[in-house]
Design a protein around this ligand. Structure first.
Ligand code: GLN
Ligand code: ZN
Length: 760
């Protein structure tokens, strides 16, 4: 019989109980015992749900109070020396690693592969010692056992743990040292009665050098021996193993089970079946998407399962989620405010469990397939034919795009002259990235509007008052290109999604971003268009208050895509082009309203870069094309700005140049302007605004500090192409931090300009 498996369950609880428990514990309002009790309740609910759905392999140990990579580091005793001695029995030390303390900064946080989940980066030192403790897994295993549910402990494997860490020049060289600690962990877990252990090695599916695969193959027998008594299931996800390369190597390990993500990399299946045919390994088919929210195409999934059953026999096949369900929200059925037509197309974690059950039944009882699949087929047919997914006007517009739709009429040099004349800017022009402090008063007004306690007119008046305040502050500071401050935006993607056709918003669709933080991504389900202007009236109001130019402020198509759950029934590039045209409409309306500068933020362009090298060029080609499509039709004297809140450009510089934005603002202060070297080397010709102070910190930089950074910047980029700005929007700062910092920035710019005139 084919069996079913879930690689991980959501962690927060249906109503984000864990989030609330964590935050009240951190605030000192509740005890450690209270927090642990809530965590246990959340876990038990997940296990019961999986059990009720008939899932065979139910995960434990995947549940975390903060992050599973941190859990692993903590369990291995990999605590950096800078934290001193931390008590491993309580939670305080664990949370110190995650959140820092007065005198010690936390572990660095970064994106978990290409998801919007962030993990804490293990910080290792040369000669790192490990002292494993398996409590984390034993506790959860026992807890589940107590409610009568057998679970499969999930352990992040040693290769991935090292590959995701920092502090070692060649992290995988430490595999030898680490493998003993892992053997001890696995051995303890097996001895505690786990019938099988899921060893997650997502990094095996990235671009791996043969030597790294050798190292893992070398470590494997010891892991296997240690776990004897439990079956060892090796899981990969988010990318595929390569036929003739990593796939063959991994298949040859003869793991008890090998899991492949067939949503992301379906092409692995055929070679995997060939490789495994004469081996003992069971194959786990990740056919139910753990990364997106669309009901599974059960017929397509069954095709894959059938192929595996034919090749290996049903008792060597597991039907599974592609990865942990940590990345999808809890339950679509609860979303009463999403139009029922669209809701039928959705499957969150709860529905994923049901899908797995249906697939297993359809394999066991082929004669009942039509009956079992009827509902799903019906919904899929609706979705394919719905007017919401097929807007002829949108399709015609995308279909008619010609190459010149991506090109600005004039080359940058001509645009520059026209823009200088129109904007009348000084040398080293000053600006900001868009948002000003989102004060509690602003958020309260928005809540009141939503609750119906504030009328739309009153809300508008409050936002206008805020805009007036922001404009006045900028005039007082002497900034050259102003912004309206974005008070009306809750979030840079949601704000646009709410006004575009083709997006739905869930009420409870939270997914963990990091620690207790959750996000509720918009659901992009249909053809996208812009029924009416979205930002023009705010911009117009702001511009009416000042003679200085106010930048129009928009979120770019790639970022909107990247931070949403995106329809999976057409290529992302196609969806992105639709969004690009919708934002283009807004760009052109802003221009018509008189905007001389328009910023299109692409905060997420970089994070969309695919995990596998072979896929990167294609992504960057269409992503950059979509940005160009958004901005190309403006006049030569309209200045296009873009902003990216990171500085890792070295490997994608050619694509950054191809954006052909007139002005690009980036993060640079934390690296002492080093990033600008890449711009200089690449011969980047357009204007650059390297962020000259870090807005993520409450610290107010001194004038001298900023001046020094400006000087450094001038060493790389000719000053006639340099802008002066912070490195991101100010929405998370208070006015008491933002104002002095901007004053210092302005003073530093004035000093540099004076130095210029004096020829220093
Ligand atoms: N314009 C946005 C802001 O200032 C940009 C935010 C971002 O890049 N993340 O808030
Ligand atoms: Zn930013």
């Amino acid at each position: 019989m084919a069996r079913t498996a879930v690689l991980g369950l959501p962690r927060m609880g249906a109503d984000r109980e864990l989030k609330h428990a964590l935050e009240s514990h951190w605030a000192g309002r509740t005890s450690e015992a209270d927090l642990l009790a809530t965590a246990r309740t959340v876990r038990a609910a997940g296990w019961r749900r999986a059990c009720a759905a008939g899932i065979d392999a139910i995960p434990s140990g995947d549940h975390s109070l903060y992050d599973h990579v941190l859990d692993t580091a903590w369990a291995l005793g990999a605590v950096p020396a800078r934290f001193g001695e931390l008590d491993r029995d309580g939670l305080a030390g664990y949370f110190t690693l995650a959140r820092g303390a007065a005198d010690v900064r936390p572990l660095e946080m970064t994106k978990w592969f290409d998801t919007n989940y962030h993990y804490l980066v293990p910080e290792l030192a040369p000669g790192q010692a490990f002292s494993p403790r398996a409590d984390h897994w034993l506790d959860q295993l026992r807890e589940a056992d107590e409610i009568g549910i057998a679970t499969r402990p999930v352990v992040l494997g040693p290769l991935s743990f090292l590959a995701l860490s920092k502090g070692l020049d060649r992290p995988l060289d430490a595999l030898d040292a680490l493998v003993g600690a892992y053997a001890e962990l696995l051995g303890t877990i097996a001895a505690a009665g786990a019938a099988e252990i899921q060893l997650d090695e997502p990094c095996l599916a990235l671009d791996r050098a043969p030597g790294e695969l050798d190292a893992f193959a070398g470590a494997w027998p010891e892991l296997r021996r240690a776990a004897a008594g439990a079956r060892l299931c090796l899981t990969t996800y988010f990318a595929g193993l390569d036929a003739g390369g990593s796939l063959d190597r991994v298949a040859a390990l003869d793991a008890d089970e090998l899991h492949l993500d067939l949503v992301r990399a379906p092409e692995q299946l055929a070679p995997a079946l060939r490789e495994l045919a004469d081996r003992p390994t069971r194959l786990s088919l990740g056919v139910v998407d753990g990364r997106n929210v669309w009901a599974t195409d059960l017929d397509a999934a069954l095709d894959r399962v059938d192929a595996a059953v034919a090749a290996l026999g049903a008792d060597r096949v597991t039907i599974a989620t592609s990865c942990s369900l940590l990345h999808v929200p809890h339950e679509a059925a609860r979303e009463a405010r999403i139009d029922p037509e669209v809701r039928r197309w959705l499957a969150f974690a709860a529905e994923r469990l049901v899908e797995l059950g249906v697939l297993a039944e359809a394999v066991a009882a082929p004669e009942r397939r039509d009956e079992l699949l009827a509902d799903g087929r019906d919904a899929a047919g609706d979705r394919r034919r719905s007017a919401r997914t097929n807007d002829p006007a949108v399709r015609a517009r995308v279909g008619a795009l010609e190459p010149d739709a991506y090109e600005r009429d004039a080359p940058y040099a001509r645009r520059r002259a026209a823009q200088r004349a129109r904007l009348g800017l000084p040398e080293l022009p000053t600006t900001t990235i868009g948002s000003f402090p989102q004060t509690e008063a602003i958020r309260a007004a928005r809540r009141a509007l939503r609750a119906g306690e504030l009328s739309a007119a009153d809300y508008q008046a409050r936002m206008e008052a805020e805009i007036a305040h922001v404009i006045e502050a900028q005039e007082r500071l002497g900034l050259d290109v102003l912004v309206h401050g974005e008070p009306e935006r809750n979030d840079m993607v949601e704000y646009f999604g709410e006004q575009l056709a083709g997006f739905a918003f869930s009420e409870h669709g939270w997914v963990q971003s990091y620690g207790s933080r959750c996000v509720k991504p918009p659901i992009l389900y249909g053809d996208v268009s812009r029924p009416a202007p979205m930002t023009v009236r705010w911009w117009t109001y702001a511009q009416s208050l000042t003679d200085r130019p106010v930048k129009g402020m928009l979120t770019g198509p790639v970022t909107i895509l990247q931070w949403s759950f995106v329809r999976d029934d057409q290529p992302r590039a196609e969806t992105c082009a639709q969004v690009a045209l919708a934002i283009q409409d807004e760009v052109l309306d802003l221009e018509r309203a008189g905007a001389a500068a328009i910023q299109v933020d692409e905060a997420a362009l970089r994070e969309g870069v695919p995990l596998r090298r072979a896929e990167r060029e294609e992504y960057l080609r269409w992503a950059v094309d979509c940005f160009r499509l958004t901005t190309a039709p403006v006049r030569a004297d309209t200045q296009v700005h873009t902003h990216m809140c990171y500085s890792a450009f070295n490997d994608i510089m050619a694509h950054i140049a191809r954006l052909d934005a007139d002005v690009l603002s980036i993060e640079a202060s934390r690296s002492d302007m080093e990033v600008l070297e890449a711009f200089a080397t690449a011969g980047y010709d357009n204007e650059v605004g390297p962020g000259i102070y870090d807005i993520h910190s409450p610290r107010v930089p001194s004038v001298e500090e900023i001046e020094r950074l400006l000087e450094l910047a001038e060493a790389h980029i000719p000053r006639e192409r340099l802008w002066v700005n912070p490195d991101c929007g100010l929405k998370t700062r208070g006015w008491e931090e933002a104002l002095p910092a901007l004053e210092h920035m302005m003073e530093a710019a004035r000093r540099r300009r004076a130095a210029l005139t004096a020829g220093v």
